[in-house]
Design a protein around this ligand. Structure first.
Ligand SMILES: Cc1cc2nc3c(=O)[nH]c(=O)nc-3n(C[C@H](O)[C@H](O)[C@H](O)COP(=O)(O)OP(=O)(O)OC[C@H]3O[C@@H](n4cnc5c(N)ncnc54)[C@H](O)[C@@H]3O)c2cc1C
Length: 447
């Protein structure tokens, strides 16, 4: 291994942090450049009062999230993982349905008895798919209709796919929905009850411990420092240029930002003409993303006793109502009730451009329609969080579009949410893939 080799990491989300952790353990000199004032990326938190931290976007872990659990174990922090019972429901045609257990599923009167059985069997069918590659060329729509019938698709899955992917919903890959079914199934016990994991003190506490380990390992963390260009010598990347006017030389650059951001950075950099670079640029531009808007309400009273309520009505301005304090007890939040209203959407959507006040006013009539007892006076605080690159759009034959961890541009490596496949994004996979790319970097530079 080359001595004092310096790796610059663009982005201080979980992928960037984990890669920095692994590379620094292997003796590399590492600098993280993060455009925001703190690390954590999409799993960042905010202060809801008196120093209490809450994720901007709802976060939990599934039983199958082994990579992040192992990392936490390695950091001797396993005692901070808490498993909480959760429940799932659905709002459909002005009614609420509980859908947490096989018994509740059997009572799901929006479907005929036969269709309820078909819906229940889907999770089993997903479990027995041996090789995800056999689903690659199928759309989620076709696979769901084939395996559970048209009615189940129209009542349960179509509104959810439309709510999550909008105009792209018909072209979403069967691999994506298969993976979701598998994940939820893995977090259920034999009786069908679900438990999900959280971190004591929230994800902010884990981020803070990670930051501490990084500093102990000598990692340099540059916050408020956006990388806007790559320094290039003979078409090899030899450093990064930042928004605060610094040019930092290094041996390799690892980008963990969304592909459209990397695309912009490459376009601003001075590469000479090269077919491979042109191909790489077109490859990374082919993957599209959706944004997400989360309106977080701090309430005096509870909306319902359900943690995760899917909203199966495309007229509603949110696809899920997530009452966080039906997952992590409200004693962690001085007795307050916390609800996320979540919507995935293209950034060109009107809702993405709304201010907090506008979105709140727009949403209140819908909240009242769903929860007739709800009163605006219950709202103690509201927060609005938006992210442009929240969900890569996983279309059919997605594996053919995914760029490699080692780019064709010498000195440039990448690991980001869009490369997570056949799994879907998540902090667990940020750990898995952050480690994979670190190994590639370490081996690449072995002398
Ligand atoms: C609504 C929502 C709900 C989610 N729920 C869960 C969940 O329940 N459980 C779970 O595990 N995961 C969940 N996730 C996914 C999880 O948050 C992500 O998979 C994970 O945080 C991605 O980490 P990352 O480091 O790959 O990317 P990011 O978190 O996007 O990190 C990229 C970083 O790069 C920075 N950056 C951008 N441009 C620049 C630049 N030019 N220069 C320097 N830095 C830059 C960004 O500020 C950011 O910090 C959810 C995500 C969303 C949006």
């Amino acid at each position: 291994m080359k001595k004092n080799e310096h790796i610059a990491i663009i982005g201080g989300g979980y992928t960037g942090m984990i890669a920095a952790y692994e590379l620094s353990k292997a003796g590399k000199k590492v600098t993280i450049f993060e455009k925001e004032d703190d690390l954590g990326g999409l799993a960042r938190s905010f202060d809801i009062g008196n120093g209490i931290q809450l994720e901007r976007f709802y976060h939990h872990w599934f039983k199958s999230d082994k990579h992040i659990m192992s990392l936490i174990e390695e950091m001797a922090l396993t005692s901070n993982i808490v498993w909480n019972k959760t429940n799932t429901g659905m709002y459909f045609a002005n009614n609420f349905y509980k859908l947490s257990s096989p018994i509740e599923l059997l009572k799901f009167s929006a479907l005929s008895f036969t269709d309820r059985i078909k819906l229940g069997l889907l999770t089993l069918k997903a479990k027995y798919v041996k090789d995800w590659k056999e689903l690659e060329s199928l759309s989620a729509k076709d696979w769901l209709i084939k395996n559970a019938g048209k009615k189940v698709y129209e009542v349960v899955w179509e509104p959810l796919l439309k709510g999550k992917f909008g105009d792209y919903s018909d072209s979403i890959s069967a691999v994506w929905i298969w993976n979701k079914l598998k994940l939820r199934g893995s977090s259920r016990n034999k009786k069908g009850g679900e438990s999900l994991a959280y971190y004591r003190g929230g994800f902010a506490a884990l981020t803070s411990s990670l930051k501490e380990s990084l500093r102990e390992n000598g990692v340099k963390i540059e916050t408020n420092s956006a990388v806007h260009t790559l320094i290039v010598k003979q078409n090899k990347v030899v450093g990064v240029g930042t928004s605060d006017g610094k040019d930092i030389l290094c041996d390799s650059v690892l980008s963990t930002v969304a592909l459209p951001i990397l695309s912009k950075i490459i376009n601003k950099s001075k590469f000479g003409s090269d077919l491979y670079i042109e191909y790489f640029k077109s490859q990374i531009s082919s993957i599209k993303y959706l944004g997400n808007v989360c309106l977080v309400l701090v309430l005096e009273k509870s909306l319902s006793d359900t943690y995760w309520m899917n909203v199966n009505d495309p007229d509603f301005p949110f696809v899920a109502v997530i009452e966080h304090t039906n997952f992590e007890p409200r004693t962690s939040y001085e007795g307050k009730y916390i609800v996320y209203l979540s919507k995935y959407l293209p950034v060109s959507d009107l809702i993405f451009g709304m201010t907090k006040k506008e979105l709140l006013n727009f949403s209140i009539p819908y909240i009242k329609r769903m929860f007739p007892k709800f009163n605006e006076q219950w709202i103690q605080d509201a927060y609005l969080w938006k992210e442009s690159y929240s969900q890569p759009i996983v279309t059919k034959n997605y594996s053919q579009n995914i760029p490699s961890f080692k780019s064709p541009i010498s000195g440039l490596f990448l690991s980001c949410m869009a490369q997570i496949y056949p799994e879907d994004r998540g902090t667990n996979y940020a750990v898995k893939y952050g480690k994979i790319v670190s190994e590639i970097l370490i081996n690449n530079n072995t002398e």
